[in-house]
Design a protein around this ligand. Structure first.
Ligand SMILES: [Zn+2]
Length: 265
């Protein structure tokens, strides 16, 4: 695969300078950049083998890092599909390490894709613990404290979020795709939107159009597979055209969530 380092990914979007604190923008002054106003994070969940490889190649074509959020036991022979969209085969940690070394972001998306809002709190804690342990043992350079936990089904509870907030850098759950309006939550709580089970293309395009109509903002959008794979898929050639268009827009930066957060440290 093409070598794409975090450094080169950041280079492609420029360094930018902080705006004056008095500028009347909804993003807090410490989060404002002068040259990039519209941040888009596409979060590719579930780790389908075929779709993940295609997605990585398309992002690399444009010099971009992708955000892959994978199920710790998804590649086990014993993995049981919790819903009809958890298709197999999924990628394994050889592939995830290759992606990570190539500059993509690989983050935990649970141990076995259980809806953690629908099990007892202690069970949810256990499943998150063994997920983070598995990542620690199998994903090079993984540090739970610097990770983003992407909740399966974007489903969480205040109790799980509160417990998890000390274990990881951030977590991503449901609610809205608009992030960055609140400096307090920017570093811990990330929220996203998604559309399915049929094609997500129209809905995603509308969200991006809405973002671009705003003076600035950060859209986190939960995506899954390509060409019919997974919940709410899109066509590979549609994604290719989308990234081609977005990388031509001066104000837009397409980045994984942790890279957006790192820009505003
Ligand atoms: Zn999922």
């Amino acid at each position: 695969m093409n070598k794409l380092t975090r450094r080169s990914a950041l280079k492609t979007i420029g360094k930018g300078t902080l705006l004056a604190a008095s500028t009347p923008l909804s993003i807090p002054p410490e989060l404002q950049f002068s040259d990039k106003k519209h941040f888009i994070s596409l979060c590719w969940d579930d780790g389908f083998l075929k779709s993940s490889i295609k997605t990585a190649r398309i992002f690399e074509k444009y010099g971009l890092s992708a955000s892959f959020n994978v199920v710790a036991s998804g590649h086990f022979k014993s993995f049981k599909q919790p819903d009809e969209y958890q298709i197999t085969p999924k990628g394994d940690f050889v592939l995830w390490n290759e992606f990570e070394a190539g500059g993509h972001e690989v983050m935990p998306h649970s141990y076995k894709h259980t809806n953690l809002a629908q099990v007892p709190l202690e069970e949810a804690k256990h499943l998150i613990n063994i997920c983070l342990d598995y990542f620690g043992e199998h994903l090079n350079n993984f540090d739970a404290k610097k990770s983003i936990f992407h909740f399966p089904y974007n489903a969480s509870t205040p109790e799980i979020e509160s417990w998890l907030s000390d274990k990881v850098q951030s977590y991503r759950t449901g609610r809205t795709g608009w992030n960055g309006d609140n400096a307090l939550t920017f570093k811990k709580l990330l929220t996203c939107t998604a559309y399915g089970p049929h094609s997500t293309e129209l809905h995603l395009q509308k969200q991006i159009d809405e973002l671009l109509a705003r003076p600035e903002g950060w859209l986190i959008y939960n995506t899954h597979g390509l060409d019919g794979e997974g919940w709410g898929p899109m066509r590979a050639d549609w994604l290719d055209r989308l990234l081609g268009t977005l990388t031509e827009i001066e104000s837009v930066a397409v980045l994984p969530p942790a890279q957006v957060q790192a820009m505003f440290k």
